[in-house]
Structures are given as structure tokens and as C-alpha cells.
Design a protein around this ligand. Structure first.
Ligand code: IPM
Ligand code: SF4
Length: 473
């Protein structure tokens, strides 16, 4: 019987399987950031262990790094705990080693899920882990990638293996083409709106269909990034020419004869035509409208042309209660058009949407609208995902477009995606955000998050409220 892409990569990495199905998987790539690695390194130190394979580790600092004040160096990190995590990572990598390390303020520093692919640290067919839930991003390369906990981080460091139970196979097929102005972010939000945040629980999701094939590698990363928000630990996209072209020439990618051999293998990384999936979900791309979340979970999402839902129309009491709670937190009235929601802040960034294509899409909207950020917007910020994205964007003059319109152009990092650094919402503030989580307090205590695409966020900054980007596309 044919195998799915997930079956193929899993089988290739199994070292041993117990009778109950628990397997030991070999791990090819271990991405490391400052938040989930300190205890793991400390554990190794206490046990007198080394890294099993130094060359598998690629590290950077991202969650705690400030996005302003770099001229002050480490003194610019106001919060002492943030500073300690960042300097501890430096000490740990100096002691234990790594294939590559991009410390705070290095040109290559970036959000781990932006840095990994851009350095060629993520390659098709690999098993990729990181102590971070959005490791699913790397599945865009046809790599089996998922987040792990801190104790597992130590386990992988010490043994190069991970205990894993095989997940079931889900296929999410997005048929046909999306309308102009509808992006990867809208596709994945629409998928989560359909399957729910628990829809992918217990599955690895392969994203397929013309709308997925049509996406750039950046777009595929956006989709896989949010697989975890749909409940799946890992998302996957089959390898094609776009994948191979993206990887070619990256610093950690193979070269010469190794490259040729790798490409030959990578071309086998797709589900067989007769592969069986445990569950199949289909969406029609033409039906997907630019998406805006209205609640406190990524599944609380609708097209921008919709209105805030009415809890009284929900029959299921649990769901009704959840809608009521979300609307109270979000300070929204049922029936309000999403287009009429005004925001206080705009955040374009995060591992979902801070790659060069995202910067280009947002800048194109700003340029097209030809106006400044609206008066009601207290802060509109663009935070490139890495130093290299920032440099590329500046080469293309995108920073000039943003700054001229009144956006702040920041240094790379996780920034306002989560309140772990100086960038955050104040209580009650409402934000159009290109990140992936709209949980209560995610961007700061009492902050209200609406998840959107970079183009939608840019348009919201200029108009002061959400607008249907298809009008300008
Ligand atoms: C800090 C880290 C462990 C966390 C994660 O695992 O996802 C963060 O990146 C997030 O997005 O909430
Ligand atoms: S950008 Fe946000 S989602 Fe991504 S790793 Fe950082 S905190 Fe997590």
C-alpha cells in the first residue's frame, strides 16, 4: 500500500518500536532558543554529558530580545530576566558548541522559525525539533518538524533521539485558486475556522491542493506555522521545485555530489497516489475571504465581510458560553460588522508573517493606499523576522515606505507576538496582529488581539479599522 509523506519520513527515522507503538526517532536538526534551553543545558552539565551531535544544533535568541535600543547593546535589555536568558544562551553555546549560533544583535539573529529555513538548517526529509510549539513551520519543506518540551530538549541533546508515538494522517486539500488579496494566512485561518483548534489533535496534517502548491515557500511556512493552532503538532507540504530552489545555496545546505544525492531523495518526498489518509478535509480556495479573528482563540474567525457572531444564535450551551466570554473580553457587540472594528495598535511580525514576502505584501498595500497611518493608531510597527530579512527589505526600500507612512521599523525578534519583551499591549488596547495566537493576555495583560494577514494589517493601520483588502488587490 502507498505511504503518506508523514509515513515516509517517520519510517526513515525510526530506530526502534515497542509493542505499544512507542518509537525512538532519530533527530536530524535541533533548533534552540533562549527560553526553553537553559534547564536542558543545566541538566547536561549536572550529569556531566555533552551534546550527542554538536552539528545538529542551530541556535539563536529571539523571544526576549528587544526590538529597539540596540545601540546600547546588552544594556538595552531592560528586563533582568530577559537579559539573563539571552546571556545564558551565549554561555551555554560557548561551552557546548553548535553548528551555527546567531546571538543577540548578530546579523543572522532572528525568530528561530525564520532563521532556520533561511540558513538552510531546515532541509526536506529531516526530523526537526525545537522547544517551541511553532516548530511545525518547518514542515513546509517536507520535514517532520514539531515542538518538544524542555525535558525532551535535554533528551535530544543527550541522545539525538526522541520518544514518539506515530500520529494519524490527515489531508487538508485546498482546491483551486484564491482571489487576489487572499493570502496564506487567510487560507490557514479559514482551515482552522473549519476544523477548529482541536480538529488536528492526534494527526499530522499534510496540506495539499492547488492553492497550497501555488504558495511560495514563505506562504507554505505561514500555513504550517499554524498547524499547531489547528491542534496538529506537525504540518507538512510535499517537496517540489520551489522547495528545492529555496534551499539551494543556503549556508547549511549540502553542495556538490551531496546536493545531487539529496535532491534525488527529496524528490521522493510526497505522498504516494494510493496513500490512505485517516481523515480528509477539503476547502474551495475561491470561497476564502480575507480573515479576521473576533474572539480569543484562532478558531473564532470569520471573513472580513461578516459580522460579530451572536451568542444567542448558538444552540450548544458550551459554545454559547465561550462566545459570550470572548465577546466580553474583546469588548465587542454581536452583529457589529468586522469592518467597523477600530484598532489602537498594528503589529506586523512574528514567525507566522515576518518573512520577506510578508514585508513586501504589507509595503505594497501601504504604497498603494498612499496615505499615512490613521490618527487613532497609537503605534504601527513592522518587525522583520531576522536580521537578514531586515537587510533584504531595506535593500528593496520597503523600510522607507513604512517609515514615510508613520510605521516604526524595528529590529528582529518575536516582539509583540507574546509579552516576553518590551513590546506589548496595554490593558484594553486592541491590535491588528499578523501573529498566530489571540489568547487572552497573549500580547499583554488585558490586550485584545485580532489575527489577520500582513496586507490586512497594513490596510487597518492606514484606515484605522479593518477593511476588505480585496478592494485594493
Ligand atoms: C516560549 C515558547 C515555549 C512558546 C511556544 O512554545 O510556542 C512561544 O514561542 C509561543 O509562541 O507561545
Ligand atoms: S514569534 Fe511568537 S509564535 Fe513565533 S516563536 Fe516567537 S513567540 Fe512563539
Amino acid at each position: 500500500m502507498g505511504r503518506t509523506l508523514y509515513d515516509k519520513i517517520f519510517d526513515e527515522h525510526v530506530i526502534h518500536t515497542e509493542e505499544d507503538g512507542t518509537s525512538i526517532l532519530y533527530i536530524d536538526r535541533h533548533l534552540v532558543h533562549e527560553v526553553t534551553s537553559p534547564q536542558a543545558f543545566e541538566g547536561l552539565r549536572l550529569a556531566g554529558r555533552k551534546l550527542w551531535r554538536i552539528n545538529s544544533v542551530v541556535a539563536t535568541a529571539d523571544h526576549n530580545t528587544p526590538t529597539t535600543g540596540w545601540e546600547r547593546g546588552y544594556d538595552g535589555i531592560e528586563d533582568p530576566i530577559s537579559k539573563e536568558q539571552i546571556t545564558t544562551l551565549n554561555t551555554n553555546i560557548a561551552e557546548f558548541g553548535a553548528a551555527a549560533f546567531f546571538p543577540f544583535m548578530d546579523k543572522g539573529q532572528g525568530i528561530v522559525h525564520v532563521m532556520g529555513p533561511e540558513q538552510g538548517a531546515t532541509l526536506p526529509g529531516m526530523t526537526v525539533v525545537c522547544g517551541d510549539s511553532h516548530t511545525s513551520t518547518h514542515g513546509a519543506f517536507g520535514a517532520l518538524a514539531h515542538g518538544i518540551g524542555t525535558s525532551e530538549v535535554e533528551h535530544v541533546m543527550a541522545t539525538q533521539t526522541l520518544l514518539a508515538k506515530k500520529a494519524k494522517n490527515m489531508l487538508v486539500q485546498v482546491n483551486g485558486k484564491v482571489a487576489p488579496g487572499v493570502t496564506a494566512k487567510d487560507i490557514v485561518l479559514a482551515i482552522i475556522g473549519k476544523i477548529g483548534t482541536a480538529g488536528g489533535t492526534g494527526y499530522t496534517i499534510e496540506f495539499a491542493g492547488q492553492a497550497i502548491r501555488d504558495l511560495s515557500m514563505e506562504g507554505r511556512m505561514t500555513v504550517c506555522n499554524m498547524a499547531i493552532e489547528g491542534g496538529a503538532r506537525a504540518g507538512l507540504v510535499a517537496v517540489d521545485d520551489k522547495t528545492i530552489q529555496y534551499v539551494k545555496g543556503r549556508p547549511l545546505a549540502p553542495t556538490g555530489a551531496e546536493w545531487e544525492a539529496a535532491v534525488a531523495y527529496w524528490k521522493t518526498l510526497h505522498s504516494d497516489a494510493d496513500a490512505q489518509f485517516d481523515h480528509v478535509v477539503e476547502l474551495n480556495a475561491a470561497d476564502i475571504v480575507p480573515q479576521v479573528t473576533w474572539g480569543t482563540s484562532p478558531e473564532m474567525v470569520l471573513g472580513v465581510d461578516a459580522t460579530v457572531p451572536d451568542p444567542d444564535k448558538e444552540k450548544d450551551p458550551n459554545k454559547r458560553g465561550a462566545i459570550e466570554r470572548a465577546l466580553t473580553y474583546m469588548a465587542l457587540e454581536p452583529g457589529k460588522p468586522l469592518n467597523d472594528i477600530f484598532v489602537d495598535k498594528v503589529f506586523i511580525g512574528s514567525c507566522t508573517n515576518s518573512r520577506i514576502e510578508d514585508m513586501r505584501e504589507a509595503a505594497a498595500v501601504v504604497k498603494k493606499l498612499g496615505q499615512k497611518v490613521a490618527k487613532n493608531i497609537k503605534l504601527a510597527m513592522v518587525v522583520p523576522g531576522s536580521g537578514l530579512v531586515k537587510e533584504q527589505a531595506e535593500r528593496e526600500g520597503l523600510d522607507v515606505i513604512f517609515k514615510a507612512a508613520g510605521f516604526e521599523w524595528r529590529e528582529p525578534g518575536c516582539s509583540m507576538c507574546l509579552a516576553m519583551n518590551a513590546d506589548r499591549l496595554e490593558p484594553g488596547e486592541r491590535c491588528a496582529s499578523t501573529s498566530n495566537r489571540n489568547f487572552e493576555g497573549r500580547q499583554g495583560a488585558g490586550g485584545r488581539t485580532h489575527l489577520v494577514s500582513p496586507a490586512m494589517a497594513a490596510a487597518a493601520a492606514i484606515h484605522g479599522h479593518f477593511v476588505d483588502i480585496r478592494k485594493f488587490a
